[in-house]
Design a protein around this ligand. Structure first.
Ligand code: FAD
Length: 358
């Protein structure tokens, strides 16, 4: 294992499938490592069983070294076994990593605090940006910490209802830790010419690591809605007027290949569509090529989840709706009249369109 403290990415994989967040974290980690200086590398820690070519793929996607813990005890995610494996690997390193990154996913949100608590270090959750910088502590509050700290992790995340960006630091302890939202960081792209080291590691478990046991895993089918991967998202808001309104949304989405149906929180809270479809601050962050918002007002909490879409098309009957302030194309009208026309227009233009034609 490398003896220069670098950036460690905890890999998020589900039943042998790499989650996109891992590739995004590797992209962010490479940028951070570059800012930390020459010779600082990115390590990926992958835990599971029968991982196949995943370690190699992690190298192709940006890891300089992949530490592989492939044991039957890790076939299914469980807090205590994954905690034990992570800590055993980190403790075996000549020096702890400077930074540890996890996805702000169900697994990452469970595991990261366990690791942070073990090392008594800070953890910033749900970051949307990561950077490296300096911090000068003047010491009124805590004179013992007076000084200038270099190479601090700037863990940046929205706060106060997304109206402010907070830069959170914790340079007094290593590792510095953060979880990052899915769909926000940019992967560096798979390159089969990239080379790296693959280091197998065996964990010795304790009896107490098995005091809780996974008996059965039942996947919620609704959570398989892949908003993150979709190239076109058609989203419905409260302007739909009821759950049946989503038929219009689905109908428009059906003309595109790689499309998915999104929703505002108000429709989810009203029970019109499952939470897995929600876009926004407390839902998913997406960046498709086209985002079509039908009857969505464009509240800040929705906007933060979709404003990075390449093209935003909004349909709203209120010409003063906030969504028109940031949509690339705005149509003032009744969505029930406009959506079928849009569908026909897209269908006709597919002969020349470059995105999502079926
Ligand atoms: P509304 O604001 O009611 O807007 C409906 C729109 O439809 C209106 O603009 C109206 O003019 C238009 N309309 C009505 N009828 C038609 C028609 N026939 N044709 C065309 N247009 C029509 N929201 C999210 O979406 N995602 C989140 O993750 C999220 N997280 C939140 C977290 C917090 C802490 C809080 C406080 C709020 C959060 N919200 C979130 C809620 C958010 O503030 C808004 O309430 C919500 O986004 C509004 O949803 P909406 O646009 O569908 O509904």
């Amino acid at each position: 294992m490398s003896d220069t403290p670098g950036v460690l990415v905890i890999v998020d994989q589900l039943q042998g499938e790499l989650r996109p967040i891992t590739l995004e974290l590797l992209g962010a980690a490479r940028e951070l490592a570059g800012k930390l200086g020459a010779g600082v590398g990115v390590q990926a820690l992958v835990m599971g069983h029968k991982l196949g070519d995943m370690p190699q793929r992690l190298v192709w996607n940006g890891a300089h070294e992949v530490i592989v813990v492939d044991q039957p005890e890790l076939a299914e995610y469980s807090t205590l076994t994954y905690r034990r494996a992570s800590i055993s690997v980190i403790d075996s390193m000549p020096k702890p990593p400077h930074i540890i990154l996890c996805g702000a996913t169900t697994i990452g949100r469970d595991l990261a605090p366990r690791i942070a608590a073990h090392y008594e270090t800070g953890l910033t959750a749900d970051c949307t940006e990561l950077d490296i910088g300096e911090y000068e502590h003047k010491g009124k509050a805590d004179p013992a910490k007076v000084g200038t700290y270099h190479n601090c992790l700037y863990a940046i995340r929205p706060s106060f209802g997304e109206s402010l960006k907070a830069r959170i630091i914790g340079p007094w302890k290593n590792p510095q830790m953060a979880t990052a939202r899915a769909g926000v960081m940019i992967p560096c792209g798979e390159d089969t010419a990239r080379t790296g080291k693959i280091t197998p590691f065996t964990v010795k478990f304790d009896k107490e690591d098995f005091i809780s046991k996974v008996i059965e895993t039942v996947r919620d089918v609704s959570s398989t809605v892949d908003l993150i991967k979709a190239k076109v998202i058609v989203s419905g808001g409260f302007g739909l007027g009821g759950a049946d309104g989503f038929n219009v949304v689905r109908d428009l989405a059906s003309v595109f290949k790689d499309s998915a149906v999104g929703a505002s929180r108000k429709t989810v809270d009203s029970g019109w569509i499952p939470y897995a479809h929600q876009v926004g601050q407390t839902g998913k962050t997406v960046r498709p090529a086209i985002y079509i918002a039908l009857g969505i007002s464009g509240a800040i909490q929705h906007r933060v989840g979709m404003s990075q879409s390449a093209t935003i098309i909004a349909v709203n009957k209120d010409e003063k709706a906030p969504i028109f302030q940031f949509a690339h194309y705005g149509i003032v009208g009744d969505l029930y009249e406009v959506a079928p026309i849009l569908k026909e227009q897209f269908r006709e233009s597919f002969a020349t369109a470059s995105v999502g034609a079926k």
